[in-house]
Design a protein around this ligand. Structure first.
Ligand SMILES: *[C@@H]1O[C@H](CO)[C@@H](O)[C@H](O)[C@H]1NC(C)=O
Ligand SMILES: *[C@@H]1O[C@H](CO)[C@@H](O)[C@H](O)[C@H]1NC(C)=O
Ligand SMILES: *[C@@H]1O[C@H](CO)[C@@H](O)[C@H](O)[C@H]1NC(C)=O
Length: 449
């Protein structure tokens, strides 16, 4: 019984193999390639295989195309399917040089709808796939729209249709504040690469990137449109970045890059630098000077001249004090010379004055002294004082740091000198008293044990 079953099984397997007619030997002769092409160019996609026995009737050949999730069948043997047939651009050829076979899909003039993955399939009995090759085809499409700025842009249909750069001439940031900044590009295939520059520095690494695809048109012949966004929530501009160039460059492989450029405008609190003035009693037409820079322009400006809080505003004259400032003198982002004039200097004039400058970002105050000097000696050189929390405090700190370091190192070097003298002294004493040698013997004795 048992042996009979064995024999029957064996025969059944033999019969199946015979009936299938599938060759003993089959393998693919080419591998999948990647083609990055231009519109209008012709392209032949090949599928070569070796088969010791081949029968076109039992072993159908077909091409499939996938565009992301969508899959369509291009042909059934030599017949093209819709929508490929209607384009009159596709052709399927089959070359039989037993045992070498080549199936070719020809596209005589590529369009952007032809991008996708093309898979050739050789099927066996029960339609089982015996072999396949996938070619990736990218038909270059230029970027149509570009934007660089602080808006979170979503592309409308009209931006998609025509080439346009919707960036503005300047983008405004508040100094030292994390802000949103984005470069967005519509279109482009293969998906474009995007780089962002501040001045000449490539800052792309600090941005995030998102690319999405939109399929439009007929199934199988869709146009794949890319939306690329490179953005950050943490772009920080400093006052020193004002006027810098901001550039976004979008490149589709093998094509010229498309760039957009704008200028960074940084709004910052008024920055005041003052120069204490020296005068003698009885001197006339004395001025106290400060420079003020602000962006946007100052909304208020003036001097507090006494402990009562008396304020001399822009272009005002109060008692014997005045400022000589006109609107034209105050340009955003430029140094303005702010002067408080005293008609005549009295003993009581030597005190602290306060300059006040305000813009939309902040109100800043700075104290400045009028210092008395003896008429017979030369006027002392001016010393600068600067409004706090600003760039120039850095250099002041550095000076203090340098001073500290200098004193620390001199302490250290004198300490080291004493130390060396002490060592020399110790060595001499030890040597004279044979302490040194004795000490060494004791150590050796211990280690030898
Ligand atoms: C083609 O295939 C590759 C690899 O599987 C895939 O990453 C790519 O998205 C495919 N392309 C299309 C257009 O579907
Ligand atoms: C920008 O817009 C997109 C889509 O409208 C949204 O998903 C995203 O969260 C927005 N990003 C920011 C930073 O607002
Ligand atoms: C402050 O105001 C008081 C009262 O108006 C006045 O008497 C005094 O002289 C003023 N002081 C100064 C420094 O102007």
């Amino acid at each position: 019984m048992a042996s009979g079953i064995d024999i029957r099984c064996f025969i059944a397997v033999l019969l199946l193999q015979f009936k299938s007619g599938w060759p003993q030997s089959f393998h693919m002769l080419n591998r999948g390639s990647t083609y990055v092409m231009n519109e209008g160019e012709p392209l032949d996609l090949e599928c070569e295989f070796y088969a010791s026995e081949y029968d076109l009737f039992n072993n159908p050949l077909l091409w499939r195309k996938t565009q992301l999730e969508e899959e369509t069948q291009i042909n059934m043997m030599r017949n093209l399917n819709t929508p490929y047939r209607e384009t009159k651009r596709f052709d399927v050829k089959f070359d039989q040089q037993n045992p070498h076979y080549t199936l070719t899909l020809s596209i005589n003039s590529l369009t952007r709808q032809d991008s996708g993955n093309y898979t050739c399939e050789i099927r066996g009995p029960q339609s089982a796939v015996q072999g396949l090759v996938t070619h990736q085809v990218y038909v270059r499409v230029p970027v149509t729209s570009i934007y660089l700025g602080v808006k979170n842009i979503t592309w409308g249909d009209e931006q998609r249709a025509i080439h346009r750069d919707s960036s503005t001439d300047t983008v405004t940031f508040k100094a030292n504040t994390a802000s949103f900044l984005q470069c967005a590009a519509q279109g482009g295939y293969p998906p474009p690469g995007i780089r962002i520059f501040v001045g000449r520095k490539d800052v792309t690494d600090t941005f995030k990137m998102r690319q999405t695809t939109l399929l439009t048109g007929e199934r199988g012949l869709r146009v794949m449109e890319y939306s690329s966004h490179v953005w950050t929530d943490a772009f920080i501009a400093r006052a020193g970045d004002d006027g810098r160039r901001l550039k976004c460059s979008v490149t589709v492989s093998g094509q010229d890059s498309l760039s957009t450029m704008t200028r960074i405008k940084v709004n910052y609190a008024p920055f005041i630098t003052c120069y204490p003035s020296y005068a003698y009693v009885g001197e006339t037409n004395v001025d106290i000077k400060c420079t003020v820079r602000a962006q946007p322009s100052l909304t208020d400006y003036g001097w507090i001249i006494d402990s009562n809080g008396t304020k001399v505003g822009k272009g005002e004259v109060i008692n014997e004090y005045w400022t000589l400032l006109k609107d034209d003198d105050v340009l955003p982002g430029e140094d303005m010379l702010a002067k408080l004039y005293l008609r005549k200097v009295y003993k009581s004039s030597f005190r602290t004055y306060i300059i006040i400058a305000e813009n939309d970002i902040a109100v800043k105050k700075q104290e400045v002294d009028l210092i008395q000097y003896d008429r017979t000696t030369p006027r002392p050189p001016p010393v600068t004082t600067t409004s706090k929390k600003d760039r120039n405090t850095g250099s002041v700190n550095r000076q203090t740091g340098f001073y500290l370091f200098g004193s620390a190192s001199s302490v250290y070097s004198s300490y080291r000198a004493y130390y060396i003298v002490f060592l020399m002294f110790l060595y001499k004493v030890c040597f004279k008293m044979k302490f040194y040698l004795h000490f060494e013997c004791v150590i050796r004795g211990i280690s030898n044990k």
